[in-house]
Design a protein around this ligand. Structure first.
Ligand code: F0G
Length: 372
């Protein structure tokens, strides 16, 4: 058999019907809906178009009687939903003539900014909380060539610093205060509606700096305004108990949670999140680290979807709401956003389990070990 490129049809027309539809990233796909500069070529890694995975076994574990889907954002190019907002933020930065970008991050924004900056040939500086960033995120940011600076402080300290830096130095801020970020992130709401043919009844997601909940609401609201969906979903936000400023209505000076992605005490998009929750007749609640770990394990075991701990907060919130009686999804369609990939944070995943047993390389030892 002849192998090599020559055997691969090089033109679409060589196929009777194309089996794979080419995807060109969220800017190309939703171009007319995105309020960013369009006179430069998009800086893209072909992000977006992530799967909406039915999760019936997990729905049963959450009390059953409803339809559950997981929007698996961990399958974006750098492993988190941040890529949606980074393609737009970096494209806008290039259009504005930027040479360098900066952000504070609990990890995913850093990796994403670094990747898109690399692609655009921009310098990238990221500030991360010392010792509180998951290994996969740090490895990503370093690999993509960002200057990674650890600070003796938390995300909120870092954000204050980069906001000030971007005001007094020629460096563009790409945290979600930057409106171009939300333009890209709202495309996840479009995709969910495009796939389902309507909005879900509920959208559940972890909330940290509150950019994502704001962007989703913007996306659903725009589709609703334009008559593409009859109604918008209700929102269920989840924060970690040790970092729950919106739930309690006060800044957390020392936020703490093993879900380091959402270890944030003073979210920038706080007011927008409150407005979205109010308009959607939604809820925001907090869940403990133990609850997060439990659902982090279950989503992988029941559905084969490996996510980072923060994602499990949304599942824990559903469980809590049902237990306490204020959340009743029966007969409804619920989408939970799995914002980041499990491989981002292998250490937390490994800590939940006993180390693998080691056996001698003999069949008897194997049969003994598996106890079939
Ligand atoms: N889930 C993951 C995996 C995240 O990385 C983040 C935020 C969130 C949820 C919360 O989203 O901030 O828009 O409310 N990560 C930011 C970062 C803060 O720096 O990577 P949000």
């Amino acid at each position: 058999m002849k192998l090599g490129f020559a055997t691969i049809p090089t033109r679409m027309s060589a196929l009777a019907s194309p089996k794979v539809i080419a995807w060109s990233g969220v800017i190309a796909h939703y171009r007319e809906r995105l309020d960013i500069a369009h006179h430069v070529a998009p800086v893209t890694l072909l992000e977006g178009n992530t799967p909406l995975i039915p999760a019936p076994r997990l729905a049963d574990a959450l009390g059953g009687g409803f339809e559950l889907f997981l929007k698996y954002e961990g399958l974006n190019p750098t492993g988190s939903f941040k890529d949606r907002g980074m393609t737009t933020a970096i494209t806008q930065a290039v259009a504005d003539g930027a040479r360098a970008v900066i952000c504070a991050s609990t990890g995913n924004t850093a990796a994403s900014a670094a990747a898109y900056a690399a692609r655009a040939g921009l310098t990238c500086v990221v500030l991360v909380p010392e010792g509180k960033i998951a290994a996969g995120k740090l490895a990503g940011a370093l690999s993509y060539g960002a200057q990674v600076i650890a600070i003796n402080g938390n995300f909120d300290d870092g954000l204050r610093m980069v906001r000030e830096a971007s005001r007094c130095a020629p460096i563009v801020l790409v945290n979600n205060i930057n409106p171009a970020r939300l333009q890209g992130q709202k495309t996840a709401a479009f995709e969910i509606c495009d796939v389902l043919g309507s909005a879900p009844d509920w959208l559940c997601l972890p909330v940290g700096n509150a950019g994502n909940i704001t962007a989703y609401w913007m996306g659903f609201s725009e589709y609703h305004r334009d008559g593409l969906i009859a109604q918008r979903p209700r929102l269920l936000g989840a924060q970690a108990a040790g970092a729950a400023p919106i739930v309690h209505g006060r800044v957390f000076d020392k936020p703490e949670t093993l879900a380091t992605a959402i270890r944030i005490g003073n979210p920038v998009r706080w007011q927008e999140a409150l407005a979205a929750l109010r308009e959607s007749n939604g809820y925001i609640t907090d869940v403990t680290d133990d609850e997060i770990l439990n659902w982090h394990r279950l989503v992988a075991r029941l559905e084969g979807v490996f996510v980072e701990p923060a994602c499990a907060a949304s599942l824990a919130a559903i469980a809590k709401g049902r237990r306490e009686g204020w959340f009743d999804p029966r007969g409804q369609r619920v989408v939970c956003v799995m914002t980041g990939h499990g491989l981002k944070d292998p250490d937390t995943a490994m800590r939940s389990f006993a180390a693998p047993i080691t056996i001698e390389p003999r069949l008897e030892a194997l049969l003994e070990a598996v106890k079939l």
